[in-house]
Design a protein around this ligand. Structure first.
Ligand code: ZN
Length: 197
């Protein structure tokens, strides 16, 4: 017995999403096929809205509506002289939850296997630099995972930003070895922010 072609196709698409395995994708496709019309219509609307999201032209964080800058980059209360570099949007969200960082961000995205920035990543770096204070940043904080991959990302960011900042620091002590920023709890992230070096 096989899945109907429509559900098979949906499961194949779902299986391409991060953290969704093939069996889980089939279960999800079957579940979606049973949704009541009002639930299904909400889901379709939300999917459509998510696909229309705007990305901040400075930090690359997504936001709803018009404009060019996200809420963080358009917040005058935040200092423009400190930049924190994170790999993913979820890292930014975790750091914001701590509530003790008051600078700007740059989300680089994942470094490719080559260990070199892609053209898109180079554009992101150029864009964030165009919004930097004239005298450069007073500090760039690398909030990257304590893994070999995070190390490579830190090296690339350092190579591109060292001419534009007085100092580069890195979240350090407290961050579990091999631990990702996203999954560190708020106390740990706060501690590693205080103990950066
Ligand atoms: Zn932004």
């Amino acid at each position: 017995m096989r899945l109907p072609a429509s559900l098979h196709a949906l499961a194949e698409s779902l299986a391409k999403l991060p953290s969704i395995g093939p069996r889980q994708a089939i279960r999800l496709a079957l579940h979606i096929s049973t949704l009541a019309p009002d639930r299904a219509s909400i889901l379709l609307d939300q999917l459509g809205n998510a696909l229309r999201i705007t990305r901040c032209t400075i930090c690359d964080f997504p936001f709803d509506g018009d404009g060019t800058h996200c809420a963080i980059c358009s917040d005058d209360e935040r200092t423009n002289s400190v930049l924190m570099v994170v790999e993913k949007e979820t890292d930014l969200l975790s750091m914001e939850k701590v509530g003790r960082y008051n600078g700007r961000y740059l989300i680089t995205g994942t470094l490719p296997r080559s260990g070199q920035f892609t053209d898109k990543q180079q554009t992101l770096i150029a864009r964030v630099l165009s919004s930097a204070p004239q005298e450069g940043y007073s500090e760039v904080i690398l909030a990257v995972a304590a893994t070999p991959h995070g190390e490579l990302l830190a090296q690339q960011v350092t190579a591109h930003l060292k001419e534009h900042t007085k100092k580069i620091t890195r979240l350090g002590r407290g961050l579990p070895r091999g631990g990702e920023v996203e999954f560190a709890d708020e106390d740990t992230l706060g501690y590693s922010l205080d103990n950066r070096g």
